[in-house]
Design a protein around this ligand. Structure first.
Ligand code: AMP
Length: 279
């Protein structure tokens, strides 16, 4: 596996592949890799001849009081994992490489970015949208793979790709979970042993709420409120949202028509967890 740190070296490698007619899949990550990330690499490999993984802890998507300084990182281990997964290229730029001191541009996706995590974490999706646009334009991949674990992020990226006519096919991968249902996440390493016992309740609560909603379509708000309360009873400290939303617009719905998901963000002391479940 080749490892490059500059945009120039990324472009050079991509150009060589393009000249020989090879197709390219891009998988952006923030590192601290787990099987969820690797599932996206496998999807990329099934679509394209070459895979590029990026590792960049993007400062612009973190709020002031968030965990940028402590975000888990193990570059040597990540490199080993990617080599074993037969990734062709790892792009691991510095913050300066992506954001030179005179950097002044921001990509903002209206509507979608203001709901749920966007409302709770102002500026988060602008940071995501800007860095992903930049990665797309430098790597010019045929496809880019994103996890459904971060479903709102996936939809923001789909929107900006369509709106800016960026010729990249966006493919989503299902959420990879521990045996107990907890969605894998780099931030799970923040959780204590006792919190790791509470955390899977998020997924089981999403599943039970989905069952209840399917059985009693008209009572969505009531069911979500009950689910939110049961998360607090289980030991979550607070819940940012527990909502049924249209998958495409991210707006709340009162009736299930076939393109909805339940979304939740909830806090344990160690970490804020997000998850979602298709209805
Ligand atoms: P991150 O490194 O957390 O920014 O995530 C990089 C990519 O991996 C994003 O597209 C995430 O949605 C995806 N991802 C994170 N966790 C999972 C998971 N448990 N299953 C599948 N994809 C995931």
């Amino acid at each position: 596996m080749k490892v490059v740190y500059s945009i120039e070296d990324l472009r050079k490698t991509v150009q060589t592949w393009r000249k020989s007619g090879e197709t390219i899949a891009l998988i952006p990550t923030m590192g601290a890799l787990h099987d969820g990330h690797l599932s996206l690499v496998s999807i990329g490999r099934s679509y394209c001849q070459r895979t590029i993984v990026t590792i960049f802890v993007n400062p612009t998507q973190f709020g002031e009081n968030e965990d940028l300084a402590t975000y888990p990182s193990d570059f040597i281990q990540d490199k080993k994992i990617l080599e074993k997964a037969n990734v062709d290229l790892l792009f691991a730029p510095s913050v300066k490489e992506i954001y030179p001191s005179d950097f002044a541009t921001q990509i903002s996706v209206k509507g979608l970015s203001q709901e749920m995590c966007g409302a709770i974490r102002p500026g988060h999706f602008e940071g995501v949208a800007t860095v992903v646009t930049k990665l797309f334009l430098q790597a010019l991949p045929d496809t880019a793979i994103f996890g459904e674990k971060d479903f709102q992020q996936l939809q923001v990226i789909r929107r900006l790709t369509a709106d800016l006519n960026i010729p990249v096919k966006i493919i989503s991968g299902p959420t990879v979970r521990d045996a107990d249902g907890l969605a894998l996440s780099s931030r799970n390493s923040y959780l204590s042993e006792s919190e790791l016992k509470i955390a899977p309740v998020l997924y089981s609560t999403l599943k039970s709420a989905a069952q209840a909603i399917k059985a009693n379509n008209s009572n969505i708000e009531h069911i979500c409120e009950g689910a939110l309360q049961s998360l607090l009873t289980a030991g979550f400290l607070s819940v940012d949202y527990f909502d049924v939303r249209d998958e495409n617009t991210m707006m709340t719905v009162t009736k299930i028509k076939g393109a909805e998901r339940i979304f939740c963000a909830a806090h344990l002391k160690g970490a804020r967890l997000i998850d979602n479940f298709k209805l």
